[in-house]
Design a protein around this ligand. Structure first.
Ligand code: NAD
Length: 486
């Protein structure tokens, strides 16, 4: 048992694992630094290894039978208490994640932490409202039962770690599974606060476990453990391939929410001011948003009008410290990621793509200017691969068919955004686009009961609503012959 809490923005945060209800350290650590000031070391975080993974899965296995047997009402009460505690600790969680990940403080407080609480309430209520399907056929009374599946491993990425982790942890716990969560090593601290709150909310020890460490080390060990019955992953396609192999070896169901290269399609009949303003939002969080519409596809007849409005909206952005209310663009997460993003820009220029604006790093900060590139062709790397930074591309199309073809022309299919003034076109184009979600004349509006996931390189499986509860359950058909008597 250890407790080497550190103060981050005045909040005491444990840099250790939470296993079986107790804080546990590791012989080695890794440094966690702040994107707001890279010289600012936040914590030496426990670097879990294969033995940490085994101990965490041991705890999840031990806690599973009682949690599964507890039933939806008892589990739901725990989830609701956790949601209330998240609300009560909003300022602490937001403050810590802002300096750890870089996300704008106001956005954290108003949007992402609040969504964490909503995630737990939503899944507690959905699990409670579930009615088993019952019907008679072929002389039998049939019931479809959701049985908790077992320990679930949840692996999350560095962008929006608190919101994304709660989005995945909530359905697993509500369905009766126990959880081992491994957040990303670049932003590990807000999930440690979540771990504290699970203890305070009265979750039995071992129901929720947190393991810190490097993906290729403790992450790989967790997903390889044959006792794990579900793997839920959000991150890059490269990592999904590794995890998918481990899931295949153990025949374990696996969902993967992966990257995106979403189009933002602007038709000439659209409200161009609204479209341009929304396009400028794609630079928020320095473009480190999987759902962002990073390929601007604009009807050729309004290209210049759109670009002028877009440029004006982008010019209103303020790059700065994420805690400052005036800042609208947060810094990027890590110097390595800045280099990766600048590499895309350099290769684009070398290949003949044209930089319309931006493309430079800002001083010695982790900011890269909002950047717009007009590619030489649709096969340019910067059009086809996810950059995950403040880099958008601009292309034009002649008509609706070409717009749809261009929008559907990458290997990804997570999200798509369309701006049009025509309801008929909204319906037609919306149906023709290949993406897990299509927003028309809006962006990021989420109904948590709707399916959420990607097509192609953007992922496998669906989260959201009953889709996630079904994933975390073993569905069983019980058939009892009619006329069976005691
Ligand atoms: P990543 O794939 O590098 O890492 C994600 C997680 O996987 C981290 O916790 C990491 O430690 C772990 N990991 C790495 N190798 C592992 C291995 N061999 N075994 C087990 N775990 C391993 O992704 P990232 O750079 O942290 O996140 C950015 C990516 O996530 C982008 O592609 C982005 O689009 C995507 N993303 C998708 C969604 C979505 O909902 N579809 C949401 C947010 C981010």
């Amino acid at each position: 048992m250890s407790d080497r809490r550190v103060l981050v923005e005045g909040v005491a945060v444990s840099p250790d694992h939470l296993i079986g209800g107790a804080r546990v350290s590791s012989p080695t650590t890794f440094e966690d630094r702040s994107p707001l000031d890279w010289s600012w070391k936040l914590a030496d975080v426990a670097r879990g290894d294969a033995s940490t993974a085994t101990t965490a899965v041991d705890a999840a296995v031990a806690a599973f039978p009682a949690w599964a047997a507890a039933g939806v009402a008892e589990r739901g009460a725990c989830l609701h208490r956790l949601a209330d505690l998240i609300d009560a600790h909003t300022d602490h969680i937001a403050a810590v994640e802002t300096v750890d990940m870089g996300m704008l403080l106001e956005s954290m407080r108003l949007r992402l932490v609040a969504r964490g609480a909503i995630n737990f309430r939503t899944y507690a209520d959905l699990a409670a409202a579930h009615e088993e399907r019952r019907w008679s056929s072929k002389g039998t009374a049939n019931t479809v039962q959701r049985m908790p599946a077992g320990p679930a491993v949840i692996i999350t990425p560095w962008n929006a770690p608190f919101m994304l982790s709660t989005w995945k942890v909530a359905p697993a716990l509500a369905a009766g599974n126990t959880v081992v969560l491994k957040p990303a090593e670049w932003s590990p601290l807000s999930c440690s606060l979540l771990a504290d709150l699970t203890v305070e909310a009265g979750f039995p020890p071992g129901v929720f476990n947190l393991v810190q460490g490097i993906g290729e080390e403790v992450g790989a060990a967790l997903v390889s453990d044959p006792r794990v019955r579900r793997i839920s992953f959000t991150g890059s396609p490269e990592t999904a391939r590794h995890i998918g192999r481990a899931a295949a070896d153990n025949i374990v169901p696996f969902t993967a929410e992966l990257g995106g290269k979403g189009p933002l399609v602007v038709f000439a009949d659209a409200d161009l001011d609204a479209a341009a303003a929304k396009a400028a939002v794609m630079y928020d969080d320095s473009g480190q948003v999987c759902l962002a519409g990073t390929r601007l596809l604009v009807e050729a007849s309004v290209r210049d009008e759109f670009v002028a409005r877009f440029r004006a909206a982008v010019d209103r952005h303020v790059l700065g410290d994420s805690r400052d209310a005036a800042t609208t663009i947060a810094p990027m997460i890590h110097p390595d990621h800045v280099e990766r993003v600048l590499g895309f820009v350099e290769r684009a220029v070398a290949a003949g793509d044209e930089v319309v604006f931006g493309s430079h790093r800002v001083g010695d900060t982790l900011h890269v200017e909002p950047t717009l590139i007009e590619p030489a062709g649709n096969d340019s790397e910067v059009v086809q691969r996810e950059v995950f930074g403040p880099v958008l591309t601009l292309q034009t199309f002649a008509d609706e068919d070409e717009a749809i073809a261009m929008a559907n022309s990458t290997a990804y299919g997570l999200s798509a955004i369309v701006y049009t003034g025509s309801t008929e076109r909204a319906e037609r184009v919306g149906r023709a686009l290949r993406a897990g979600v299509v927003w028309v004349n809006t962006f990021l509006v989420r109904d948590l009961t709707a399916p959420f996931g990607g097509i192609g390189l953007s992922g496998i499986g669906r989260e959201g609503g009953d889709y996630a509860l079904d994933f975390h359950s073993d569905l069983k058909t019980l058939q009892i012959a009619e006329g069976t008597t005691t």
